[in-house]
Design a protein. Structure first.
Length: 120
């Protein structure tokens, strides 16, 4: 038993990346990348692969938003992936954004200055 607890350790949330398409009025199609779970050294590769796939299949400027609402933690590996995707999208004349940034993720982005670069 743990003091003040039930003796059960809650499992970490599963990691997942889901791709959705949105139609934004007066803008056009948007790719929404919805991330769930910690974006850390054990999972950053999955996010990187999904983002590279979506960026690579784009035939023109891409409107890409990464939804981090269900991400409680992001380490430097995850931040590197987000920065790299942002740079790739911008190089293709597209727009990159973040949605649902909060808690530790917001603090980490602010401390590194990436909140200004990534539009968090």
């Amino acid at each position: 038993m743990f003091p003040g607890g039930s003796g059960v350790i809650a499992p970490e949330p599963d990691f997942a990346v889901r791709i959705e398409k949105e139609q934004v009025p007066d803008v056009g199609p948007r790719v929404l990348v919805v991330v769930t779970g910690d974006v850390d050294y054990t999972h950053f590769g999955e996010l990187e692969t999904a983002l590279e796939h979506e960026i690579g299949r784009s035939t023109g400027p891409l409107d890409l938003v990464v939804d981090l609402t269900a991400v409680p933690y992001c380490d430097s590996c995850g931040m590197r992936v987000l920065l790299g995707a942002s740079q790739q999208v911008a190089a293709g004349g597209g727009v990159f954004g973040l949605r649902g940034v909060h808690g530790q993720v917001a603090r980490a982005l602010k401390l590194t200055g990436l909140d200004r670069v990534l539009g968090a």
